[in-house]
Write a protein that binds this ligand. Structure first.
Ligand SMILES: [Zn+2]
Length: 228
């Protein structure tokens, strides 16, 4: 009753198009839900037809690479990610995680993974934003795939103090190596599903995957909300 009154006074809007949501709709309206650019990476699994997977070939061994959506600038997906990252819509991350997790479970992928680990946020960004959007996506995946997730397994380390004296090449190398596994016991002997909100060049995920494997993870797979 109170909720009905509240929604009458402050109608909830769709995170993808800003239109008002109808009764029963949550976060994303039906029209946007239908029109989102879904990928088919999960249909192809680890075969060469999985184009996302292929992007990691020769870089780091990745068992499966998945992304729920394609990233298209100025479209619905960009608006969703903007809400998730800058407008405090962390529950949207969880919602997308739940949706994607149940799709991946329908294809029985959940049985492959042991633990879900999000890519960490820079410490100063975490302080400013108050939450790690990748962690909320991980939380949603964890619920619908019935797998544990550990939010603080990987750490971003910075070498700002020594960086100025180094050559440009060394610095670039440093940037590549900023991830460390803080709690190796959480990943040792396990197949880790590494997750992030968006994949652009894939360099961040690649560096994290490498850190996880070095820490003793048996396998690493990747899932993101959107891939460019
Ligand atoms: Zn909409």
């Amino acid at each position: 009753m109170f909720e009905d009154l509240l929604s009458l006074l402050f109608p909830e809007t769709c995170y993808a198009c800003s239109g008002s949501l109808a009764r029963g709709e949550k976060y994303i309206c039906t029209n946007c839900s239908v029109k989102l650019p879904y990928t088919d990476f999960h249909v192809h699994g680890a075969t060469e037809l999985n184009l996302l997977q292929r992007r990691f070939w020769g870089k780091v061994p990745v068992r499966f690479a998945f992304s729920y959506l394609y990233f298209r600038p100025k479209g619905r997906v960009q608006r969703l990610l903007h809400q998730l990252k800058y407008k405090g819509a962390k529950e949207l991350g969880e919602h997308l995680g739940q949706r994607y997790g149940s799709l991946l479970s329908d294809f029985q992928y959940n049985s492959h993974f042991d633990v879900i680990v999000p890519v960490p946020l820079h410490k100063y960004k975490l302080r400013r934003r108050g939450y790690n959007q990748a962690e909320w996506f991980a939380k949603g995946l964890s619920k619908s795939m019935r797998l544990p997730y550990h939010g603080k397994v990987i750490l971003r380390t910075t070498h700002t103090g020594t960086q100025t004296r180094k050559s440009r090449l060394d610095r670039w190398h440093n940037v590549e190596q900023v991830f460390e596994v803080d709690r190796p016991e959480q990943v040792q002997g396990r197949h880790v599903l590494l997750v992030d909100d968006v994949l652009t060049t894939g360099a961040t995920l690649e560096a994290c995957a490498r850190a996880l494997l070095a820490a003793g993870a048996t396998e690493v797979s990747i899932a993101t909300i959107a891939a460019a």
